[in-house]
Design a protein around this ligand. Structure first.
Ligand code: SF4
Length: 321
C-alpha cells in the first residue's frame, strides 16, 4: 500500500480525509504547514494526530510564504489572503515531501470562495505541477478521476461526494468513520482573512516592511503609521512589558515618566518629527492626557532622554487598525 501525504489543517475536513484513507489501509502522514498567519499549536495537533492514529509532520514555511504574500501572482481574496498562490505553495512543498507517495487534501469542491472552487482546484494543481495527482477524498466522487484511481490504487466507490458549504451530512459521515464526536479540533484560522489584521499586513506590504520582526508585532497593541515609521502602543501591562523587551537596536522605545501610561515602540524611523508625534500619541493614551504637558522617556541606541510633549488626542488619521 502506498503512503499518503495529507495536507492537514487540523480542521474537521482534514480529519475526515485522514480517517477515510486510514480505514482503507493507507499509511497516512499528516503534513501541517505553518506561518505567523496560519497554523495551529503543535502540541494540540500532536494530540489530535495520536487520536486519529496518523503520523504528523509540521513545517514552518514562513520564508517561502512571505514573497507570495507580498506579491501573489493570482491576487488576494476578500482581505489580504493570497489563497490560490498560498495553496499552490503548500502543494509544491507537499510534492517535495511526498516523492512518489499519494498526495491528498481534505478540500471540498466549492466550499470556499477563492481556493476551493472547482476551476481553482485545477488551477492550483497546474501551478504546482500536480495535475490529476491530488486526491480529495471528500469530493472525489464528483471530481475527475485522479491518477491514483486510474492506476487502481484508489477506488471511486471509497470516495465521498460532498460539495458546497453544507455540513448537514457530517454527523453521519463522522459516525461511519468512527471519528470521536468529542475530538479536540485545534483553534485558529487564517489571520489574513480577518479585516483588522489584514489592514496591518497591507500597511507593512505598502511600506516594504514585511519582515519577520515586524510581523511579530502584529498581534500586539495599537498600530499607527507616521510619516516614515511605524508605532505600536501597548494596550495593557502585559503588552507594555512585551514591547519593552521587544525593542532592540534601531527601535525607539517610548514611555511616560510622570504619569501612568503605555509603552510604545517606534520602528523604521529616527526622524525627530516621528519621535515627536509618537511621544504625543503615547501621552494621549496616558493618565495625563488632559494635562498641558506630559514627560515622556525616549530610549534609542542605548541613550535615554526625557522630553515634555502636549498629549495628542486626535490621532485617528495615524491609526492603521
Ligand atoms: S485562507 Fe490563509 S492559509 Fe488558507 S489558503 Fe488562504 S491564505 Fe492560505
Amino acid at each position: 500500500m502506498k503512503k499518503v501525504f495529507l495536507l492537514f489543517s487540523g480542521g474537521l475536513d482534514s480529519i475526515i480525509a485522514a480517517r477515510l484513507l486510514k480505514l482503507r489501509g493507507f499509511d497516512v502522514e499528516a503534513v501541517h504547514f505553518k506561518t505567523p498567519f496560519f497554523g495551529k499549536e503543535e502540541s494540540e495537533l500532536e494530540e489530535l494526530a495520536d487520536r486519529i492514529e496518523v503520523e504528523l509532520k509540521v513545517f514552518d514555511i514562513t520564508g517561502e510564504f512571505l514573497p507570495v504574500l507580498k506579491n501573489p501572482p493570482h491576487g488576494y481574496g476578500k482581505n489580504v489572503n493570497p489563497c490560490i498562490d498560498c495553496k499552490a505553495l503548500m502543494f509544491k512543498k507537499l510534492k517535495e515531501i511526498a516523492g512518489d507517495g499519494i498526495i491528498a487534501t481534505g478540500e471540498v469542491a466549492g466550499q470556499r470562495p477563492m481556493s476551493q472552487r472547482v476551476h481553482a482546484l485545477k488551477l492550483i494543481e497546474k501551478i504546482a505541477g500536480l495535475e490529476g495527482r491530488v486526491l480529495r477524498p471528500l469530493s472525489g466522487k464528483i471530481l475527475p478521476p485522479t491518477i491514483y484511481e486510474k492506476e487502481g490504487v484508489v477506488k471511486r466507490e471509497w470516495l465521498l461526494d460532498i460539495q458546497g458549504r453544507s455540513r448537514k451530512r457530517y454527523p453521519e459521515i463522522i459516525k461511519s468513520l468512527g471519528i470521536d464526536a468529542d475530538l479536540p479540533t485545534p483553534a485558529g484560522g487564517c489571520l489574513l482573512t480577518q479585516p483588522a489584521f489584514a489592514r496591518k499586513v497591507k500597511d507593512l506590504i505598502e511600506h516594504d516592511q514585511l519582515t519577520k520582526k515586524d510581523i511579530a508585532l502584529l498581534r500586539t497593541g495599537r498600530h499607527f503609521r507616521l510619516s516614515k515609521g511605524k508605532l505600536v502602543v501597548g494596550k495593557n501591562r502585559e503588552e507594555n512589558v512585551f514591547l519593552k523587551n521587544f525593542a532592540d537596536d534601531g527601535d525607539v522605545l517610548i514611555y511616560t515618566v510622570d504619569v501612568p501610561g503605555p509603552t510604545a515602540v517606534l520602528r523604521h524611523s529616527d526622524l525627530s518629527e516621528d519621535i515627536e508625534t509618537a511621544s504625543r500619541i503615547v501621552a494621549g493614551y496616558s493618565d495625563g492626557k488632559n494635562r498641558d504637558k506630559v514627560t515622556v522617556a525616549v530610549e534609542r541606541e542605548g541613550e535615554r532622554e526625557e522630553i515634555k510633549v502636549k498629549p495628542l488626542l486626535d490621532f485617528d488619521s495615524f491609526r492603521v487598525n
